[in-house]
Design a protein around this ligand. Structure first.
Ligand code: ADP
Ligand code: MG
Length: 542
């Protein structure tokens, strides 16, 4: 099987006594065992992959190590000594640093301050800010990163923030750094940059525990691997001795064929349950971006609109929403041909459209969350021009709760919310209008990975509740997480429709590349895609 990236050298410290030894770890939550005899052994100077499906117990294992949870049984030895940290602070002081995907930095403080927070160099008892900045800059430079360390941390990308967190760990002499799914929101270039830093840490003799679902990443970075399943350790090995297929089947405790089968079965079952046609587009065109798009969406199904950037996905949605005039082709709603002269027409027909441009045509930054959320349904809330405040409040409360919107108060200006929470408010805005068709253009762009998963889950629930959903996402992984079939467009034309079992990241990719009569040759890639889908666990709400 293929391995990407540089070949992994054998663990430099094989044979030596490990830095960390966790044995027979046990813990239960509400009487349900989450870990049963789990083991993890990590040496200094290695990057150790900790893998397993969602819910396997990886994070729990780490939380026990770092004192966030207390174990019910088993032993933890660090540097040869029996330890039992009671708080993450104790673990940090002993040299164990954790980098989460939502980083625990102080966003409005400078990069330099964050690296040395609480440990600032002092002169005459006073913090020596010049030294703080000088040392921070030097440290980041040793990572190959030249940035202004005086700027607040929040002005930098997630990748850079993670490197700041790593720099903090290094400057505090961490002996072990734990990265729990911290790369899931990074793009390829950022991941590479981060990996170069992780390799430096390893070469300095530090240990790194690396949790990720991306198999290629694991092979590119890790020396050894521990596989967990159902709260137990099921394998420990060097990465080189386990190929992808072994890794995956160990993780799942099933054969590959069964995994692929399951995935397709879930999609087929969803499609079999779908309801009546809600919207049908025939041969839509509008110069120059859309030349011939046909597709239909039924109640209770989520259709993915796939294509490259510039293929006409957004323009297609705009036509369907009456935002741009149609030159040729027809749109039918509930079987009846309609002409949409404006978005108002579309809204009146039960359409909702979450645009890709959250900042531009989405949020009204100065208005409160409450006002932003009820912007579309306002007309139905008003009687003789006066808003029914009670009803408005009820709607606002209902959606804040059901979509899990995190905020201080509904009266807070929406601009103060995180991107993910802003996106949920916009989604709520449309849901409050009780639509029958939801057009979602890149709903997960630019929001953190936790919020992405939330949005995916919400969309699946809306589908199950009978809504018709058409959604675009550049990340095929995000598309297949939600959609049960995909319509592929290229240069403004529909080139393929992939239903249920036919749809996978690789079959979509094939269609994007070759059109409808393209070869389907990427068998291994298809398997990897299915596998990585499967690892994400409850994607189909199963
Ligand atoms: P992973 O990180 O491998 O996805 P976790 O360690 O987060 O898995 O979860 C392992 C199991 O423990 C899951 O079944 C999860 O629901 C359960 N669990 C973890 N933390 C808690 C908690 N605080 N309360 C209840 N159950 C929990
Ligand atoms: Mg986890």
């Amino acid at each position: 099987m293929t391995q990407s990236g540089s070949p992994t050298p054998p663990s430099p410290s094989a044979g030596r006594s490990p830095l960390l030894e966790m044995q027979d770890i046990q813990i239960s939550f509400g009487g349900v065992p989450a870990l049963r005899n789990a083991n993890l052994s990590v040496a200094a100077g290695e990057v150790h992959a900790l893998i397993g499906q969602n819910g396997a117990g990886k994070s729990t294992m780490i939380k026990i190590l770092t004192g966030a949870y207390r174990r019910a049984g088993g032993s933890v030895r660090f540097e040869g000594r029996e330890i039992d940290f009671r708080t993450p602070k104790e673990a940090r002081e002993a040299g164990i640093s954790t980098i989460y995907q939502e980083i625990n930095l102080v966003p409005f403080r400078s990069v330099a301050e964050n690296i040395f927070l609480g440990r600032e160099p002092r002169r005459y008892g006073l913090i020596d800010w010049r030294a703080v900045q000088r040392r921070a800059a030097a440290l980041l430079e040793s990572f190959g990163l030249q940035i202004d360390v005086k700027k607040p941390v929040r002005s930098y990308s997630t990748a850079i923030q993670q490197m700041v967190a790593l720099a903090r760990a290094v400057s505090s002499d961490a002996k072990m750094v734990i990265m729990d799914e911290s790369t899931s929101s990074l793009d390829e270039r950022e991941v590479e940059l981060l990996f170069s830093v992780v390799r430096k840490l390893r070469d300095d003799g530090r240990a790194v525990i690396f949790v990720s679902h991306r198999l290629d990443e694991l092979y590119a970075l890790c020396d050894r691997v521990t596989v967990m399943r159902d709260g137990q350790t099921v394998a420990q090995s060097s990465m080189a001795e386990m190929d992808k297929l072994q890794l995956v089947t160990t993780m799942l405790g099933r054969t590959l064929a069964a995994v692929v089968q399951d995935d397709s079965t879930a999609r087929e079952a969803n499609l079999a349950r779908r309801g009546a046609q809600v919207m049908a587009a025939h041969n839509l065109s509008a110069h120059p971006k859309v030349s011939d798009v046909s597709l239909e969406v039924h109640a209770g199904e989520a259709v993915g609109l796939a294509g490259l950037l510039g293929s006409g996905r957004t323009e297609t949605m705009r036509l369907m929403f009456g935002a741009d005039p149609l030159e040729h082709g027809t749109l039918a709603v509930g079987g009846e041909t309609v002409t949409l002269k404006s978005p108002q027409d579309a809204i009146a027909r039960g359409f909702a459209y979450l645009t890709e441009d959250r900042k531009g045509d989405g949020i009204v930054p100065e208005l409160s969350v409450r006002d932003n959320l009820t912007l579309v349904c306002l007309r139905t809330l008003a009687k003789h021009g006066v808003v029914d405040v009670k009803k408005q409040q009820a709607i606002v409360e209902r959606f804040i709760a059901s979509l899990g919107i995190k905020l201080r108060s509904p009266d807070q200006p929406i601009r103060e919310l995180s991107g993910g929470n802003q996106q949920k408010v916009l989604l709520a805005r449309w849901l409050a209008a009780e639509p029958s068709l939801l057009l979602l253009d890149e709903p997960t762009r630019g929001i953190d990975v936790g919020a992405k998963a939330d949005v995916a889950k919400i969309v699946r629930e809306l589908r199950d509740a009978g809504l018709a959903v058409l959604l675009s996402a550049s990340e095929l992984e995000e598309l297949t997480a939600v959609a049960d079939r995909a319509v592929v467009i290229r240069d403004g034309r529909t080139v393929a429709e992939l239903n249920g079992a036919q749809m996978s990241e690789s079959s979509i990719m094939d269609a994007i590349a070759y059109g409808s009569d393209g070869p389907s040759q990427l068998v291994e890639a298809a398997h990897t895609a299915h596998i990585e889908d499967a690892l994400e666990g409850d994607r189909h709400g199963a």
